[in-house]
Design a protein around this ligand. Structure first.
Ligand code: C2E
Ligand code: MG
Ligand code: MG
Length: 414
């Protein structure tokens, strides 16, 4: 790569967020047309001396020579992100994606094209993890991070067959019936060297590829099997809540796959709840709402997880037919903190609970840790509480002994 001596060259690695879902849900021809729309939008905002190219898939590169000030690369990155705001119209629907951009600079981050490309790619991956729709400059620790991440992905691919994944279950306390009536299934990875890895560390990695589909369907199968195993052992049926990622829900086969899992486990559909997040609505709300309607037609309950953290869009509440709203722990945590923010949080919490009730939704509060939070949530009319105050997530064999202890105040049954 040649350049004038005092001038910087910037390489921007651009990757669309969630493009695969467009292809999966709308088909490749629409995906291709969307990519053309993106290319044109990008081309309209680069300088004549820049080179813009598509690397393949949903990856683009922008080479910016002769930059008198490296900060011009940031301005260009922001301009590319802004260009994506113009939606592509497909059958009257607005289709819009965000992108993650990694930036490497010559000579700061490398003096040959291979190094610059590799470093811009690492920075892009960090940008994607950090927050979608943003740009980051390369830093040397990105390479190290990319390396461990790749190693983790390779190991995760084998985790199912090596039986390293486990499902833990966290009781949910129903204030209406005054008993534990449901449990949330939460996946864990027993890594041979690193011990128990929480989902926050590997679910995002799995979500970047088809791995999440395999893991998600394993968790669903295992949770339904376990619910029936407890029942067959003589315990009352518990409703089981399973987290599903947007990638899973948006696959056309998902509904029939869930029906098949219910059928083979023998679990009646109304004892299964699927927890979705607002992420399912980002790319194609109409298709997502249709998938969710079909799941509900099977008799499955649908809960919207982590409400209050993301978009918390009232439009989504209107478009989606739901059964329950899960209020994020951030709101619950604010209850017994001492600040004026808290008054706001509590007012908002009360309003969300009332809103959910008037839409006919049950309200579940997550992350309940203190008796004060419990009392406040009861007084606000919350229906179900979940959190360390009642129980941590537990391995399957500890679930019923804990539930019995919670309900009867007696020692766990042997
Ligand atoms: P989530 O669905 O919102 O699950 C609640 C998280 O809060 C769980 O973390 C749970 O252990 C934690 N938690 C429960 N009570 C308390 C409390 O009182 N205090 C605090 N501080 N935390 C509490 P976990 O198990 O680490 O799971 C994190 C996230 O990973 C989940 O958030 C969910 O989004 C995702 N996840 C877990 N299992 C699966 C899965 O099978 N599939 C998918 N797609 N995502 C999963
Ligand atoms: Mg959840
Ligand atoms: Mg949650």
């Amino acid at each position: 790569m040649r350049t004038e001596r005092r001038h910087t060259v910037a390489l921007l690695f651009i990757d669309l967020d969630g493009f695969k879902q467009v292809n999966d849900s709308l088909g490749h021809p629409i995906g291709d047309r969307f990519l053309k729309h993106v290319s044109q939008a990008f081309a309209a905002c680069v300088r004549p001396q820049d080179t813009l190219g598509r690397m393949g898939g949903d990856e683009f590169l922008l080479l910016m020579p002769d930059l008198p000030d490296p900060r011009l690369a940031d301005i260009a990155a922001q301009r590319l992100l802004d260009a994506l705001q113009t939606p592509y119209i497909h059958e009257g629907q607005e289709l819009r994606l965000t992108a993650s951009i990694g930036i490497s600079l010559f000579p700061r981050d490398g003096v040959d094209s291979v190094t610059l490309l590799k470093n811009a790619d690492s920075a892009m991956h960090r940008a994607k993890e950090f927050k979608r729709s943003g740009f980051l400059h390369y830093r040397p620790e990105h390479s190290r991070h990319a390396h461990t991440r790749l190693a983790l992905e390779v190991q995760l691919r084998r985790a199912i067959e090596r039986q390293q994944l486990m499902v833990y279950y966290q009781p949910q306390y129903d204030l209406v019936t005054d008993q534990v009536a449901s449990v949330e299934a939460l996946v864990r990875w027993h890594h041979p060297q690193r011990g128990l890895i929480p989902p926050g560390e590997f679910v995002p990695i799995a979500e970047e590829s088809d791995l999440i589909i395999e893991i998600g369907s394993w968790v669903l199968r295992e949770a339904c099997r376990q619910a029936m195993a407890w029942h067959k052992a003589g315990y009352p049926l518990l409703r089981i809540s399973v987290n599903v990622s947007a990638r899973q829900v948006l696959r056309p086969e998902f509904v029939s796959e869930v029906a098949a899992i219910l059928h083979s486990s023998g679990l009646p559909a109304n004892w299964l709840e699927l927890e979705i997040t607002e992420g399912v609505m980002l790319d194609d709300p109409i298709y997502a709402a249709r998938q969710i309607d079909q799941l509900r037609q099977l008799g499955i309950r649908i809960a919207l997880d982590d409400f209050g953290t993301g978009y918390s869009s009232l439009a989504y509440l209107r478009q989606l037919r739901l059964d329950a709203l899960k209020i994020d722990q951030a709101f619950v945590r604010a209850i017994d903190e001492q600040s004026s923010m808290v008054t706001n949080s509590c007012a908002l919490l009360r309003a969300i609970i009332n809103l959910a009730h008037s839409l006919g939704l049950a309200v579940i509060a997550e992350g309940v840790e203190t008796p004060e939070q419990r009392s406040a949530l009861i007084s606000m009319g919350c229906d179900i509480l979940q959190g360390y105050l009642f129980s941590h997530p537990l391995p399957a064999d500890e679930v019923w002994p804990t539930i019995l202890r919670l309900q009867n105040g007696r020692a766990p049954a042997d």
